[in-house]
Design a protein around this ligand. Structure first.
Ligand code: GLV
Ligand code: MN
Ligand code: MN
Length: 407
């Protein structure tokens, strides 16, 4: 007997939750990730689904023959950001299994294969690159570049895979697998407040803002905090600090987003002027031109402040996802079919958050459903969705699967 939505949710809840912060630390290829993967296999087995892990470490649970092609695929990811919330990712995977149960309860007979997917390393929390599993599969992350990705301890992505029991020898583009996918639908908690002030627990995605991650290395000269005169210093910290303030002001002026959320300092001593401040910028905007201009302005400010202090600055773009406009016909079809069966509107809304759906969209017809988030908070232990809204999301996904796979 498969677990209900509530049971599945309760089973996953303790996995990778940090006792101190209450947030999740489900990083790719760690013990918590292995527990999530074991949970996925158990859910597949309980439903008689065929479970497989592809060459790039993504998990698939199949109802019907995968080789038949034109499959309807749904799911999301189970990894998290540092101290993330319970919903970002897992809601889409749990809802996918629950929607399969919903189809069975309706007596629906799929005429196409259906798969539930758990994409590996969506958040990029450990190796710095978001959506590594789907990017590898789609061929937008090369095996060579993936091999060069390292975590904070210097462990490479292939080494981490190997330690977790996954053979990294064949990572790379997987056209054969993608060719089996007729359509991909990812359900996700909304990471914003579009739905919060409406009567709609569910919405459909229109687009994903272009976004990326840039590493700034501010290099100065280490010296003694007490004996080095202020005018003699090549301290990279003030240039970094000025860049943060400039990024905030420039992004606000552009109606865009800029965040420095991760920082490492060398040698990281209270009484030493740093030799290196390494900081990561996450920047996003509704349009590519605005984003390009914003990052250019932030870079300009960084260089100006660094030059003033005799500090060198280097910029490296670590990842980038161009704007994603979800297939309009599919988007409108899903919004229409959901609205026709519900007493509320089903809003179509853009998002500034990245998703595996954004990577898949370049390869296969793709859509996203969003479930209302009453506060809009995400990437935080405070992330939340009400249980009745989650159940409404499962109902919506069940309708979508029935329409796409059982007509
Ligand atoms: C992932 O959730 C992202 O938007 O960075
Ligand atoms: Mn996320
Ligand atoms: Mn997510």
């Amino acid at each position: 007997m498969p677990s209900s939505f509530q049971e599945m949710w309760a089973e996953l809840l303790p996995v990778g939750r940090h006792a101190g912060s209450g947030g999740y630390r489900r990083f790719a290829w760690t013990g918590a990730d292995a527990e999530c993967r074991a949970w996925f296999r158990e859910q597949a087995a309980a439903r008689g689904l065929t479970c497989e892990t592809d060459r790039n470490g993504n998990q698939w649970a199949w109802l019907g023959d995968p080789a038949a092609g034109d499959a309807v695929v749904t799911g999301s990811h189970l990894d998290s950001v540092p101290d993330g919330g319970a919903f970002d990712g897992p809601l889409g995977v749990v809802s996918a299994f629950a929607a399969l149960d919903g189809l069975a309860a309706r007596g629906a007979r799929p005429s196409r294969p259906i798969a539930v997917v758990n994409f590996g390393d969506e958040e990029g929390a450990r190796f710095g690159l978001a959506c590594a599993g789907s990017r590898l599969t789609a061929g937008v992350l090369t095996p060579e570049r993936a091999a060069g990705l390292r975590d904070a301890d210097g462990i490479s992505l292939p080494e981490a895979m190997e330690r977790a029991g996954h053979d990294p020898g064949a990572i790379g583009p997987d056209d054969e697998r993608l060719a089996r996918v007729g359509v991909f639908v990812e359900l996700h908690v909304e990471q914003g407040r579009h739905l919060a002030d409406t009567a709609s627990p569910v919405g459909v995605a229109s687009s994903i803002w272009p976004h990326g991650r840039w590493r700034f290395d501010f290099r100065g000269v280490a010296d003694h905090a007490g004996t080095t005169r202020m005018e003699d210093r090549h301290d990279p910290m003030p240039a970094y600090a000025a860049t943060v303030l400039a990024a905030r002001a420039r992004a606000a002026a552009a109606g865009a987003r800029a965040t420095f959320g991760k920082l490492s300092v060398e040698p990281n001593g209270v009484n030493a002027i740093p030799s290196l401040v390494r900081a990561w910028l996450d920047a996003r905007a509704a349009g590519q031109d605005v984003l390009d201009r914003l990052v250019g302005e932030i870079e300009g400010e960084a260089r100006e402040h660094a030059a003033r202090d005799g500090v060198r600055v280097e910029l490296t773009r670590e990842s980038f996802t161009p704007v994603v406009d979800f297939a309009p016909a599919l988007r409108d079809e899903l919004a229409g079919l959901l609205a026709a069966r519900r007493p509320y509107e089903v809003p179509v809304l853009p998002t500034g958050a990245g998703h595996d759906a954004g990577i898949l969209a370049a390869k296969v017809p793709t859509a996203m459903l969003f479930v209302r988030n009453p506060t809009g908070v995400s990437h935080s232990p405070a992330e939340h969705a009400r249980e009745d809204d989650c159940v409404a999301g499962v109902e919506a996904l069940t309708d979508v699967l029935e329409e796409l796979a059982c007509r």
